[in-house]
Design a protein around this ligand. Structure first.
Ligand code: HEM
Length: 388
């Protein structure tokens, strides 16, 4: 296991040739996702990845998605403001599910939306069911049915002409041939798995960090006062305080715990010769695990308990491995960050987030994601008391 950034760099320096992503359950993965980006290696992986990266996050693509992302975030914040939020992770998950439906796939009609939301829930619930006895599990069988539903919805969108302002629309546009086009519903399933929970967790931690950082809120408000259009949120220079907060949340609370690789050919690592088939790993959570001393802010005038997991020293953001490293580093990073930026931009001009910090004192669980073990409550208060 590579336990420092230098060791991760060494481990992944010859990645394309020598390391394959480690798939513990290849047959099961194929049942769920077909031959998607998760299970291909070498040249096949490079081609799929180019297509995904081009369609997801090349600068002009993000400009297409930004208005919809901003509208969805504003809609959810309005609902949270009215009724409060008793479980922030469930609330951010609802938000990212809607983004998956409308921005990734382009499911917009209300009749299809309900079907899609149920299908993605059932599909993601099936992914952790492992082993030969998986067929005995009703959850797994429901998940496979749900995968068929998602593929059917994608195929229907593709037949009726996808909007160019969706990820699926861009994938169709950039797919080099018919065979690739036919595989797109499988890639969409992989994207849904990669995007929904990780992004929901990032949103949760961004709101928690924001609630603990009065100074940061003021700096971000000052930046947002000049931001008229949602696409400006993509500009790290204009929105440097906003991105500093998002970087900190991602670095300290990276949702992905372990990235496993299998050696495709013998390799010398850390002064040892390892044979083909050996397993190596690094943790995208390295930043938070090697972590950093506590630097608690005060929320609502009271200090969080000493074991509160939020707000430690971020260390240099450049050191963060939250979105991975090497040829399999996250191709959705800028979309995930845009969603976090849009959420904060929807909250801050008028509201101040208050997270009840005692909710965090019970600690976090790490698998499958780094999230608080107890539901986190959020109140959105008018920001008049903050001196604006
Ligand atoms: C916002 C929070 C997110 C975090 C923290 C995150 C983190 C990561 C990490 C650490 C990896 C690499 C794992 C490894 O080395 O094996 C990864 C891969 C990946 N991510 Fe993300 N991700 C996020 C959001 C997204 C989004 C929004 C999308 C797309 C819509 C996405 C799509 C992918 C894909 C397709 C891969 C596999 C890449 C490959 O195998 O080449 N992720 N992500």
């Amino acid at each position: 296991m590579a336990t420092s950034r230098a060791a991760v760099r060494e481990m992944l320096r010859d990645e394309r040739r020598a390391l394959w992503v480690y798939d513990q359950n290849p047959r099961q993965h194929r049942e769920l996702f077909g031959d998607s980006i998760f299970s291909v290696n070498g040249g096949g992986h490079a081609r799929t990845r180019d297509l995904l990266a081009t369609s997801l996050v090349a600068r002009n693509q993000l400009r297409r998605y930004a208005p919809k992302v901003a509208a969805i975030c504003a809609h959810h914040v309005e609902a949270w403001r009215g009724r409060g939020v008793d479980d922030l992770m469930s609330a951010t998950r609802e938000l990212t599910t809607q983004i998956c439906a409308e921005v990734v796939v382009g499911v917009a009609e209300s009749s299809e939306r309900e079907e899609f939301h149920q299908a993605i829930d059932a599909f993601l619930a099936a992914v952790p069911v492992k082993g030969r006895t998986r067929w005995l599990s009703a959850r797994y069988r429901r998940g496979l049915r749900a995968a068929r539903t998602v593929r059917r919805l994608c195929a229907r969108r593709m037949e009726s002409g996808c909007s160019p302002d969706t990820v699926l629309g861009q994938l169709v546009r950039h797919a080099p041939d018919e065979r690739t086009r036919r595989s797109l519903p499988h890639e969409i399933l992989a994207l849904l798995v990669a995007a929904r929970e990780t992004t929901a967790a990032l949103l949760l931690w961004a709101v928690v960090e924001l609630s603990l950082d009065a100074e940061g809120r003021q700096a971000i408000r000052a930046e947002l006062a000049d931001v008229a259009e949602s696409v400006t949120l993509l500009d790290r220079r204009t929105c440097s305080a906003l991105y500093a907060l998002i970087d900190r949340a991602a670095h300290l609370h990276s949702p992905n715990m372990l990235a496993l690789r299998r050696l495709a050919s013998p390799l010398a690592l850390g002064g040892r010769q390892l044979g083909e088939g050996a397993l190596v790993a690094y943790s995208p959570s390295l930043g938070s695990l090697n972590g950093a001393q506590s630097r608690h802010h005060t929320a609502g005038g009271s200090s969080p308990p000493s074991d509160c997991p939020a707000s430690s020293d971020p260390g240099p953001a450049a050191d963060s491995l939250a979105f991975g490293y090497g040829v399999r580093a996250c191709p959705g990073k800028r979309l995930g960050e845009l969603i976090a930026a849009a959420l904060i931009a929807a909250v801050l001009p008028e509201l101040t987030p208050r997270v009840e910090v005692e909710d965090l004192a019970f600690g976090v669980s790490f698998l499958p994601l780094r999230v608080p073990v107890r539901p986190v409550r959020l109140r959105l208060e008018g920001n008049r008391d903050e001196g604006r």
